[in-house]
Write a protein that binds this ligand. Sequence first.
Ligand code: SF4
Ligand code: SF4
Length: 345
Amino acid sequence: MERDKIFVATKGRVGADDTSEQVVERVRKSLERLQTAYVDSYSIHAVSSIEALSQPGYHEAMAQLKAEGRVRFTGCTYHGPRDPSGPSMGDVLSAAAEDGRFDVLLLVYNFMNHEESDRIIAAAKTNNVGTTAMKTSPGVLHHDPVDPDNLTEQQERYVKLFMVRDQTREQALERLQAQATRQKDLYDKTRSFVEQCGLQTEEQLRLGSIHWVLQNTDMHTACVAFTNFDLIDKVVPLSGTELGSAELQMLQDCKFALNDQYCRHGCTECGGSCPHGVPVSTIMRYAYYYEGQGREKASMELYAELSGNDASPCRDCRGDCAGACPYGIDIQPKLFQVHDLRTLA
Ligand code: SF4
Ligand code: SF4
């Protein structure tokens, strides 16, 4: 395929003290790994504040790389803060849209979580900045029964991940079985709704969610976690088409059914209730990478990086966060499950 027919977007973390030379070097290594002469966009990944939007090393590097033809557009990405004291996604990315130095933004946007994003999209439109949606599909509506003699490919991967930390195969299977039981509990809770909506597969919900994102002409594209080639053939034709009324109704019904199951990315509303400062939304996002996107290893690695700030206090906590979620999410058992599932030790 010709290179100019593909838009390559990538991103990297930029620290407060990083120099332009360091950023340039990082981009050059990225170009080498990607085996391309240039990338179409290079974004600051997870920019942490409005002040960080002005990081001088990044802007000097981008000016140089643009002049050399190595980067065409600059951008930034943000999910929202880990704790309530941090700036919201709406504030940071709206400021980025108005800044004048960014060409593209990557933001959370889906049919259950779009109030803040609507504000960013409006600012981006006014300032002629491109938008890409991430976290497009909020719902997880499946459970995989475990047959120890006939594991699926994904289950086998899970067992191997646990075995690398000196667990026996039996212990790993036990954990897998416990996970399957929890998944089934959730599935049972939503089953009547699934049958009522005529949903045959979770993929229907996923495609409907992506379609909802793409039908907004002010949202220019979607970042989809493709887990197989077939999915590409199903998603690409959705672009430029309108949502049908049945699909829209299905999403409305899902919104209702999943309301107390889906932790909104970037939300911190329950943060003040936790005496241990557990970053609820961040941990639930890592769970989403695992269950919603099939990225088990990445999810576990990210969770491990939280170390002293993970959900380990939830097991013995008296549960001050009960009732703190305006959507009715039962936080403690969910975090307890996530911790149990993602801890390799
Ligand atoms: S549990 Fe509820 S309040 Fe807490 S971060 Fe998630 S959506 Fe927000
Ligand atoms: S269960 Fe306890 S430690 Fe865990 S989030 Fe809630 S208040 Fe914090």
